[in-house]
Design a protein around this ligand. Sequence first.
Ligand SMILES: NC(=O)N[C@@H](CC(=O)O)C(=O)O
Ligand SMILES: [Zn+2]
Ligand SMILES: [Zn+2]
Length: 432
Amino acid sequence: MNEVLIRGARLYGEGEPVDVLVADGVIAGIGAPGVATVPEGAEVIEAAGQVLLPGFVDLHTHLREPGREDTETIETGSSAAALGGYTAVFAMANTDPVADNAVVVEHVWRRGREIGLVDVHPVGAVTAGLAGERLAELGTMAKSAAGVRMFSDDGHCVADPLIMRRALEYSTALGTVVAQHAEEPRLTVGAQAHEGERASRLGYTGWPSSAEESIVARDCVLARHAGARLHVCHVSTTGTVDVLAWAKGLGVDVSAEVTPHHLLLTDERLATYDPINKVNPPLRTEADAERMRQALADGVVDCVATDHAPHAVQDKDCEWAAARPGMLGLQTALSIVAETMVRPGLLDWRGVARVMSERPAEIAGLPDQGRPLAEGEPANLVLIDPDAEWTVHGAELASLAGNTPYEGMRLPAVVSATLLRGRITAREGKIG
Ligand SMILES: NC(=O)N[C@@H](CC(=O)O)C(=O)O
Ligand SMILES: [Zn+2]
Ligand SMILES: [Zn+2]
């Protein structure tokens, strides 16, 4: 029997330390420290001073398999996820071939299962080939062995309002959710950086906030009329927060995610012309980042999603205009949330559980993730040392790519163990 005893951890970082016994994939017992006898053969994790939370769920990960296995595979991405404290990730559909059919989503799902470090849920494309012209086979993907729960053309916006309307209707009938990459393409032709003073000064074509906000507003209206559920990917502007607050006030069934980089980084970084900072949507202003943090604390923005986007050196270490947008996120997400939200007192650890585990699990409809820390519940867990610090080095991360914008930064909070259905998937920075 696979048993683990976690000794002296604080559940949600609250109250007195407890011992947590994990057996057969579930939390078998929670009690006062030292009272339980250590079962023979059990692995013991000394967790004094540490915080135990439900394992993290990432609604937005790019794993690059199939197609760009030189930058990430399901295996290396799963390792990065486990080391980052994740027990479930949603792998975006912008692979090559595109995950717009049952064969590709089943491959991703099966490969994730074989590796067994994190539950890999494939996201299905909304439109065939991500071309935005006709719907992909949503029903077939939902009913496949992969049991697709989320559809997205991420990387591209579902710009045609009629296609978006139909996608919302079908998806709601299937009990799934559409996640929109909100970017009105007519407003971002040639865009390179957040439209504003800094982009003008540096000579970049601007990427207006309205490109995001206009699509979010339109989609909230479409979702309202269709009685549908909508999820908005990587929100980044104050105006989007206003639109979300308005729509939620009307009772629209909309949820939204923010990335760690939009909580911390701003377009001030553009001055170096280093494409490590190039990302979609672009890094915005200090006022936008401040509003993202506030909205995440308030719940107008529901959760954190990494938008982990590995890229090859030649696609990042080149001139700005030619570089691909995107940055790594899985192994740094917790620390960026600790730095931007926990340290300033915007969220406590229970709040971190809400935005990194419980809400994303609810949005995607995962029954066994983001569950309470209680006896009988599935042992999908993350143990965090809140007082430890570490220095980020891209070359040391588990991803095949190294494009982290946090290179050399010293950050708070370290994942000391991750458990998936009671099995240790990561411990002290190592897999398994
Ligand atoms: N975020 C990014 O800048 N890039 C993503 C696509 C996306 O999330 O839009 C990618 O696939 O590289
Ligand atoms: Zn996107
Ligand atoms: Zn993405």
